[in-house]
Design a protein around this ligand. Structure first.
Ligand code: SF4
Length: 184
């Protein structure tokens, strides 16, 4: 079920909760092992992260967003930034054919492989992963949300810094985590 409302306060609370971050990290570690057991191979060099030209969207849950924000904040001093893309045509973390945010990338990015031989296991693993995320959300009282990735990044940046987002036709806005902290 797609839900456009973003529980920003709960996302921020969980992003700073060590127990939450540890639980999601363990979930991702287990998920990555499940994916690796199928020995998938990526050959498209980030083409699937250019959503408009590739013809698909990436959807994320509030749990994935909270973990993403928590990692971005913890990596802030190392230069990691929260990017708010101008529109939904591509992911701003795809740079030069590589994902520059692999540690905290969402579930869909971990499971999706375009090769034919990887199609048969992805649906079941995605359903299972979404179920696990829902359980984590319930445990940490993080309201369910499921929305398109770039929209989520814009909403998160907009609500977190409490300022209007840029004109959607303009270039992506880069927000440093330090500036987010200062305004909170
Ligand atoms: S987070 Fe990384 S893998 Fe996921 S869409 Fe963005 S660049 Fe691609």
């Amino acid at each position: 079920m797609i839900s456009a409302d973003l529980p920003v306060a709960a996302i921020r609370r969980c992003s700073r909760d060590a127990a939450f971050m540890s639980e999601v990290a363990a979930f991702y570690e287990s998920l990555d092992k499940s994916v690796a057991s199928h020995s998938p191979v990526c050959t498209n060099r980030g083409a699937c992260c250019k959503f408009e030209s590739y013809g698909h969207d990436l959807f994320v849950t509030s749990v994935e967003l909270a973990y993403f924000l928590g990692q971005a904040e913890s990596l802030g001093k190392a230069g990691q930034e929260l990017l708010a893309p101008a529109d939904r045509s591509f992911c701003p973390y795809q740079q030069g054919g590589s994902c520059v945010t692999r540690i905290q990338r969402p579930v869909g990015c971990r499971i999706y492989f375009c090769e034919d031989r990887s199609q048969h296991w992805q649906g079941e693993l995605t359903e299972s992963a979404l179920g696990e995320l829902a359980k984590i959300g319930e445990k940490f009282k993080l309201q369910y949300a499921y929305l398109e990735w770039t929209t989520a990044l814009r909403k998160l940046a907009d609500r977190v810094i409490d300022e209007p987002i840029a004109d959607p036709t303009s270039a992506p806005v880069t927000l440093s985590i330090d500036s987010l902290r200062k305004r909170s």
